[in-house]
Design a protein. Structure first.
Length: 225
């Protein structure tokens, strides 16, 4: 008898959902949770969402106009494709590190339009002054590339930070040491590492050692500072 009641409920839920009632309203009427309604109406929800996407699509610029390349393949010749790729490559200018340094120096201090005699440094902390340098940006890039732009806690990408294994406030002399950096995403840094840096030191050092980046002796050296 229980199975018959469940089947009746399922059929009723599907009919109500087909008639346009929301998942929440169907769940309230049948006195079940919304997750149960989602399980009962999986195929209908998928069909309904696809129909909604079709409704929300923007119409073409001219009503009934068919795109010129619809259903066509190999539209461009190989020669044209090479030219398109070459044109896109020219749009992205990649300077060498030395060139970037020269550009930075050419626009620094008195040479910059917004230079006001260095008064901004009065309001900057020592850490901020150091992190604004070219060397520090190079250090961050090195740490990201070494860790393949992946957070070393959750294994995902996203908004990444180059975090110091040894805190800058305690060891400012290690700010540019390559083995004193680890890549973390913003979420893991805020949720797990902030205010718990010392607890994570051994994990980060072990991470670098198992990947062959730091030798065992170097890890002990950092731990004994």
């Amino acid at each position: 008898m229980k199975k018959i009641i469940d089947i009746n409920k399922i059929n009723l839920a599907r009919n109500l959902y087909k008639n346009g009632l929301s998942t929440l309203k169907v769940a309230q009427r049948l006195e079940v949770c919304a997750g149960t309604i989602n399980n009962w109406c999986k195929d209908i929800i998928r069909t309904r969402s696809e129909a909604q996407k079709i409704i929300n699509t923007k119409p073409p610029s001219q009503k009934g106009a068919i795109p010129w390349n619809k259903g066509k393949t190999n539209i461009y010749s190989e020669e044209t494709i090479v030219k398109i790729k070459a044109g896109r490559a020219k749009q992205v200018i990649k300077h060498s590190e030395e060139t970037r340094r020269k550009i930075g120096l050419a626009h620094s201090k008195e040479k910059c339009t917004w230079w006001n005699g260095g008064i901004s440094k009065i309001n900057k902390t020592e850490r901020k002054i150091l992190t604004d340098t070219f060397e520090y940006r190079q250090w961050c890039r090195f740490v990201f590339e070494r860790d393949n732009y992946i957070c070393q806690i959750c294994g995902e990408g996203g908004r990444l930070h180059a975090n110091h294994i040894k805190k800058f406030s305690d060891f400012p002399e290690l700010i540019l040491i390559s083995n004193n950096g680890i890549t973390l995403c913003e979420r893991c840094e805020i949720k797990f590492v902030n205010h718990h840096e010392e607890e994570w030191e051994s994990y980060f050092n072990f991470n670098l050692m198992t990947r062959g980046i730091v030798e065992d002796s170097e890890m002990v050296y950092l731990a004994d500072l």
